[in-house]
Design a protein around this ligand. Structure first.
Ligand SMILES: [Fe+2]
Ligand SMILES: [Fe+2]
Length: 315
């Protein structure tokens, strides 16, 4: 995938040098962690039918997530909906979460297998193996989330906006740490959202189990991403770090905004919402609601702190 005609032909991140002989210079303890991820993944990776098979029934009379994690919860707009409409909105919202994982995770295998093909000699064996395992696991996850959409009759949501996807055409041409950091930024936030809202007794059991089993593999992906990114930040020249900090400065906040409220809501419910869900000013009001501020400050605190320590995120 090349940058398209309406995008600049170059990106500041293209200035980053890649040492093709040693792309990531791992310490022995970092290397040990990646080897452990490889071993655990080889022993425990999920199969599609271990989570959702042909006979699975999903009970949509139950909650798909904690009610206080509904995007509009705690606002006057939430009170405008009746109980049936609230339930439909919440299932649509979790449909959005499944769609986000599909859009993200079907992108990753070509990126990571691409790195393996481009830099095979430059990766330690455990990095090579983990990129391959990561790619394989994301393919299974993508199929699983698509199966969940089929079984719930929820529709795939539109692809996320340019704020999320602007870097994508460049990623195959950039230092692998950029693809790893981009992936980490999205999947850590998406995963935090998913697990925070679904692991409660009132949540529909197949949905709850699916996100739980997914989380077990995503914890390893996040560990890998953090190790590779922090390794790069320890070894890279200051000028390269400044370029990466500039390029990613607003990305985590943009992803958190997307996780908190999505302006496509009207497209995925069967009734007319009593407000303009696509309006950006409305979206900003919802993202800043007291309830969303409260849950976001709980669930995204660890990720924001880690980004602050790397100098990527300031707020
Ligand atoms: Fe995944
Ligand atoms: Fe992942």
């Amino acid at each position: 995938m090349q940058p398209s005609a309406n995008q600049p032909a170059t990106n500041p991140l293209m200035q980053l040098n890649v040492n093709r002989e040693v792309v990531f210079d791992l310490s022995s303890s970092e290397s040990r962690v990646i080897k452990q991820l490889v071993n655990v993944s080889n022993d425990e990776s999920m199969t599609l039918t271990s989570i959702i098979d042909h006979d699975t029934i999903i009970d949509k009379s139950l909650l798909p997530k904690r009610a206080d994690c509904a995007w509009l919860y705690g606002t006057k707009y939430w009170d405008m909906l009746d109980e049936r409409q609230k339930m439909e909105v919440m299932w649509a919202e979790v449909g959005r979460d499944a769609s986000m994982f599909i859009w993200l995770e079907q992108l990753l295998p070509p990126f990571y297998v691409g790195y393996v093909n481009n830099y095979r000699e430059g990766f330690a064996k455990e990095i090579y193996e983990y990129f391959m395992i990561f790619a394989k696991e994301e393919i299974v996850h993508t199929l699983m989330f698509r199966k969940w959409l089929d079984l719930t009759h929820e529709q795939l949501w539109p692809a996320p906006s340019a704020r999320y996807s602007g870097l994508l055409p460049y990623i195959p041409h950039l230092h692998p740490v950029i693809g790893v950091l981009w992936t980490l930024t999205v999947e850590w936030a998406a995963e935090t959202n998913a697990i925070f809202q679904t692991q409660k007794p009132e949540v529909e059991p197949v949905t709850k189990k699916m996100f739980h089993e997914h989380h077990k593999e995503e914890v390893r992906h996040i560990t890998f991403g953090r190790k590779m990114v922090s390794n790069w930040f320890e070894n890279a020249p200051e000028k390269d770090k400044a370029i990466v900090r500039g390029a990613f400065a607003n990305m985590l906040d943009a992803i958190i905004d997307l996780m908190t409220y999505n302006t496509d809501l009207q497209k995925r419910v069967s009734f007319q919402l009593p407000f303009d869900a696509s309006d950006e000013a409305f979206a900003a009001e919802i993202r800043n609601s007291e309830n969303n501020q409260r849950i976001n400050s709980q669930r995204f605190a660890e990720q924001k702190e880690w980004y602050k320590q790397l100098g990527i995120c300031h707020a």
